[in-house]
Design a protein around this ligand. Sequence first.
Ligand code: PLP
Length: 406
Amino acid sequence: MDLFEKCLKYDVAKNARKQGLYPYFHYLESGQDIVVNMEGKRVIMLGSNNYLGLTSHPDVIKASMEATKKYGTGCSGSRFLNGTLDLHIQLEKELAEFLHKEDVVTFSTGFQSNLGIISAVAGRNDIIICDKENHASIYDGCRLSFAKMLRYEHSNMEELEKLLQTVPNDKGCLIVTDGVFSMGGDICKLPEIVRLARKYGARVMVDDAHGLGVLGKNGRGTAEHFGLEKEVDIIMGTFSKSLASLGGYMAASAEVCDFVRHNSRPFIFSASIPPACIASALAALNILRNEPQRVQNLRDITEYMRKTLKERNIPIRQSEAPIIPIDTIDDWRTFYACKALLEDGVYVNPVITPAVPAGEAIIRTSYTATHTKELMDEAADIIQNVFEHKLPPVEYFNDLREKMNK
Ligand SMILES: Cc1ncc(COP(=O)(O)O)c(C=O)c1O
């Protein structure tokens, strides 16, 4: 059998292109911001994770340019050997202080952080228990660890407890959860997770990719939000969202970080974060520390948009973070809505199967501390017009699917 048969048969993207509904790989001709220039048009950005609006902040840009001038464009090697700069050490130290943990290890991306942390701390003789809606990188980290993975229905604490009861005494156990779930925008039930972990002797790891800069009075994330910073054993996060850069990290005890530094293959066998990215993450962290009102601005503008969309009868889902999912139900209907919105000047993210169960497709909208009420009113007008006048009902797409299958 030809290995490439699956590629030759793959027609999902082709069908979407044929229908003129392909929603991916649109390109920007401007920086990532609240309004962007996308393929020649002014577009309101409701689909980025630039939560604090720092990708265009002058201090962040200046820091990355100065770092490039001083250190060059890349580190040409692993943190383990030639690729550690004083900047890496400074960022790890400052982040550990900010997150109230003993130590921090940085990785080249957020995705790689989950691969590197989970595969180092869990092995063949261990058990990892995951929320079913955890991020893909957590799943891949679990696979890479060779530990046995168990999964509970999203945020179902009874199921989590039942799974914990099956863990034999001679096995280590790690509970891993997203802090803020990236698609639904809901927050994990951390107090209950921590309580159960203590009861059954498990460790807790929180992926706070969407929690840092978003939750807690000071933007320290999900653990700060619940007052449980000491109780979470490993806080993982990324620099690609609130911190306007690229890279990821784990914050934990000195012993666990030291172990990961010397045993994590994705950490050891990969080049370190380039100077510009480390310097911009440091500058963004500095702004987060000194301007916590940005976190409040983000909450206020998200609340404003939630209220505005509700008043206009847009079918939004309940969520707590700066992510507001809008129900579009059908995958093709989701593509159609994204296209119509983009034509009218709003970019949003389509979320379809297998990222969500069939029939539960959504448009994921996300917000930035620097979004203004005027801009949100403009975006809400466009969304309302598309949902009221342009978006056909689900049945239309059932017919379309049947036609395509013939
Ligand atoms: C929950 C979660 N974890 C990890 C990642 C990976 O982070 P990065 O994109 O910085 O590699 C993401 C990115 O979307 C995420 O949403």
